[in-house]
Design a protein around this ligand. Structure first.
Ligand SMILES: NC(=O)c1ccc[n+]([C@@H]2O[C@H](COP(=O)([O-])OP(=O)(O)OC[C@H]3O[C@@H](n4cnc5c(N)ncnc54)[C@H](OP(=O)(O)O)[C@@H]3O)[C@@H](O)[C@H]2O)c1
Length: 247
């Protein structure tokens, strides 16, 4: 896809990896609808930096726990502002270290609603919004752990495994007009509440012996969006961590 003049919706795009992807796409000529929940100031700041690059930008707030309503609001707002959406990036996520014995029903619901149900309905609204002759891309942010058994982060892992399955199934259902791919980050940013020593410790067991950075995710994103013959793929950006015993 030639990115210049295209329109993207990115969930969870006010801060961290979502923000980096928004800036990278804006630099590539894309107009951006920034979704956020609580990071209002950061969302407005990101929008203003995108406008400084000469691209259009709009921030929309929605709680993805109310998945179906939020998906409706986000896509409706983006289409009202930009006329169409060409790229959907599902990046907003919750990540709690709960396992079977420590998780509550609320933990299950929040992970499945925000990490899987919201992307599901966003994909549905996006696909239904496509106009005749329009092509598009969906990129889902998953995790290399989604495809591996492990004892930590169980509801998270299950939600991301579901998002991998959604990616693969939609690559078939939405072909040939929409390509659907996933990026599976490894250690890119420390989780909220942790500092960079978390990543330094993780780096010891990463084959490339270092953590990644948001630019690594942006490079993978641009590759997938510019590729016209890749769909249904999960691209690990993890320094090879998916081949280690893992956590
Ligand atoms: N960071 C990593 O190293 C890493 C590793 C593996 C996978 N990933 C995946 O890569 C993606 C981006 O990672 P990240 O670390 O940048 O994400 P993050 O900081 O954990 O979350 C991104 C955004 O999700 C939004 N969010 C959380 N709960 C929400 C809700 N109920 N409704 C709406 N939005 C909600 C928050 O928006 P507000 O701030 O506006 O509330 C938050 O800023 C995620 O899908 C993550 O699972 C990241």
């Amino acid at each position: 896809m030639d990115l210049n003049g295209k329109v993207a919706v990115i969930t969870g795009a006010a801060v961290r990896i979502g923000r980096s992807m928004a800036m990278a796409l804006a630099e590539a000529g894309v107009d951006i609808c920034i979704h956020y929940r609580s990071s209002k100031e950061e969302a407005e700041q990101t929008c203003s930096e995108i406008r400084e690059l000469g691209r259009k930008s709009l921030a929309v707030s929605a709680d993805l726990s109310d998945s179906h309503q939020a998906a409706h609001l986000i896509m409706k707002t983006a289409i009202a502002e930009f006329g169409r959406v060409d790229i959907l990036i599902n990046s907003a996520s919750v990540f709690e270290n709960k396992n079977l014995l420590t998780s509550s029903e609320d933990d299950w619901d929040s992970h499945l609603d925000i990490n899987l149900k919201a992307p599901y309905f966003l994909c549905q609204k996006f696909a239904k919004s496509m106009q005749r002759g329009q092509t598009g891309h969906i990129i889902n942010l998953v995790d290399w752990r989604a495809q591996r058994p492990g004892t930590a982060h169980l509801p998270y892992r299950i939600s991301k495994a579901g998002l991998v399955t959604l990616t693969e199934c939609l690559a078939l259902e939405l072909a040939p007009n929409i390509q659907v791919n996933a990026i599976a980050p490894g250690a890119i940013l420390p989780p909220p509440g942790q500092d960079y020593s978390y990543l330094e410790k993780r780096a010891e067991q990463i084959p490339l012996k270092r953590a990644g950075c948001p630019q690594d995710i942006c490079d993978a994103l641009l590759f997938l969006l510019r590729s016209d013959f890749v769909t249904g793929e999960v691209l690990s950006v993890s320094g090879g961590e998916q081949f280690t015993p893992g956590v």
